[in-house]
Design a protein around this ligand. Structure first.
Ligand SMILES: C[S@@+](CC[C@H](N)C(=O)[O-])C[C@H]1O[C@@H](n2cnc3c(N)ncnc32)[C@H](O)[C@@H]1O
Length: 435
């Protein structure tokens, strides 16, 4: 292991070096965070983590568990949930997650919103698609997924956000284990490069935050240059920003008042979190756009499947999107998704989208749905058509009442509509463990 890295850690925690070194030998902590918007009566037998009320330590890979496929939980390193707990999102907040992929924190924020709205932005194109897929799986509806550089958001949405999360790209020291190849690329120069980039991102975040709004800055690195030093620079540059008490009992104080650090000895991997408040300044609203009228074929589809017509609509080419609240203007930005992608108008019919059947708000609303056995779930997740008597037409396929996709039934068989990219590989199977 790089001796310069270890010397720096020694200077941070001189009395705990032995415990730190042994933490590098063991595997990363794994966490399961339930999605309370879908899974209200979750009873989990695993131990809780100190970082979030909804989170548990797990010790096996559960990515192929049917409940995971249905968006009932999200898997992430446990202390990663600390930043959103500190952000203290309120149900009606307009929130921006500026560096959002793969979406652990965005989906955690979404679970805390009710009438609020979430803008999840990711700079990297491929990672933005993964973010979108996770938002869909978790059934988030009042949201948009953007793929932009943070500075591009400023001309459109300056002073519009009640809360902003800057979970910044960093040198990632907190996620490295002794034998990781990434550790070989560790350097002080890289830390300095990351610090510069973090400052640029924070400059945009400052302009996007409403007067009196709150911001959380977090990293998964120990490097002081990317943590307390960046915060000091931010306070010096913007005197109307102040650090405030994160008001949580996990972790330990950082090297600056009102900051939090998490070391592996604190039951999670390495993190830094700070909460900031903007003392005043302009307050604006996200610019809304007019709802688009929808045609009778689409209306009939909604009535058949939901028993009502969602209130707000948007249409791009033949694709129809719906939401419970007004759509936001996105002209000039690269918006991958806003609201729920309901489906497509194709000739004289409406072809639903996978996302339509994943909306957390509609779990108990879908009129056409059927429960599959675990063997059927496995077959369906491999893209197979299954023999399974059910209502005719488009139908949500469920595990224990929770939709994980849809198919088209002729009454006896269900034709598979699981998107190809979400299907299980031939040699993998659903996980049948009990939670
Ligand atoms: C720590 S990760 C975010 C993890 C995410 N918040 C989550 O909980 O799943 C930081 C993200 O910042 C993105 N990023 C990289 N360079 C960036 C830049 N210049 N501006 C904004 N984001 C950037 C990375 O692609 C990465 O997805």
């Amino acid at each position: 292991m790089n001796p310069d890295f270890l010397n720096r850690i020694q200077s941070y925690i001189p009395n705990e070096m032995e415990a730190f070194l042994s933490s590098l030998e063991r595997p990363m902590y794994r966490g399961l965070r339930i999605n309370p918007k879908k899974w209200q009566d979750a009873q989990i037998s695993f131990p809780k983590t100190p970082f979030s009320n909804d989170e548990y330590y797990v010790n096996e890979a559960l990515g192929n568990h049917p409940y995971h496929l249905a968006g009932l939980f999200y898997l992430q390193e446990p202390s990663a949930s600390s930043a959103v707990e500190i952000l203290d999102v309120q149900p009606d907040d307009v929130v921006l997650d500026l560096c959002a992929a793969p979406g652990g924190k965005s989906t955690q924020i979404a679970a805390k919103l009710d009438t609020g709205f979430l803008v999840a932005n990711e700079f990297d194109k491929k990672r933005a698609q993964i973010l979108l897929s996770n938002m869909e799986r978790m059934g988030v509806d009042s949201m948009m997924v953007l793929n932009n550089e943070p500075s591009q958001l400023v001309s459109k949405y300056a002073h519009c956000f009640d809360r902003i999360l800057v979970d910044a790209p960093c040198s990632g020291e907190g996620m490295m284990k002794k034998h990781d190849a990434a550790m070989n690329h560790w350097s002080v120069e890289h830390i300095q490069f990351c610090a510069k980039r973090q400052k640029q991102i924070l400059e945009s975040a400052y302009q996007l935050l409403k007067g009196n709004g709150f911001m959380v800055y977090s990293t998964c690195t120990y490097a002081k240059e990317e943590n307390e030093d960046v915060m000091q620079w931010f306070l010096d540059t913007y005197p109307d920003m102040e650090l405030v008490d994160p008001n949580v009992s996990f972790g330990r104080p950082g090297f600056m008042k009102n900051t939090i650090r998490i070391f592996p000895m604190d039951k999670g991997e390495g993190h830094f979190v700070a909460k900031l408040h903007k003392k005043g300044g302009p307050v604006k609203r996200l610019p809304v756009q007019k709802s688009i009228a929808i045609d009778s074929i689409t209306k009939t589809f909604f009535m058949d499947q939901l028993g009502f017509i969602p209130k707000y609509h948007d249409q791009q080419d033949d694709k129809i999107y719906v939401m419970d609240q007004s759509f936001i203007q996105t002209k000039g930005l690269h918006c991958l998704r806003q609201g729920i992608f309901a489906g497509e108008r194709i000739k004289k019919r409406f072809e639903p989208a996978h996302a339509f059947y994943m909306n957390a708000k509609w779990i108990h609303v879908y009129k056409q749905k059927t429960n599959l056995s675990l063997d059927e779930v496995d077959a369906f997740m491999h893209g197979l058509e299954i023999e399974h008597p059910s209502q005719k037409g488009y139908i949500a396929v469920c595990v224990d009442g929770y939709p994980f996709g849809f198919g088209k039934s002729d009454g006896k068989h269900i034709k598979n509509k699981i998107p190809k990219g979400l299907r299980l590989l031939p040699n993998s199977h659903i996980n049948r463990c009990c939670l």
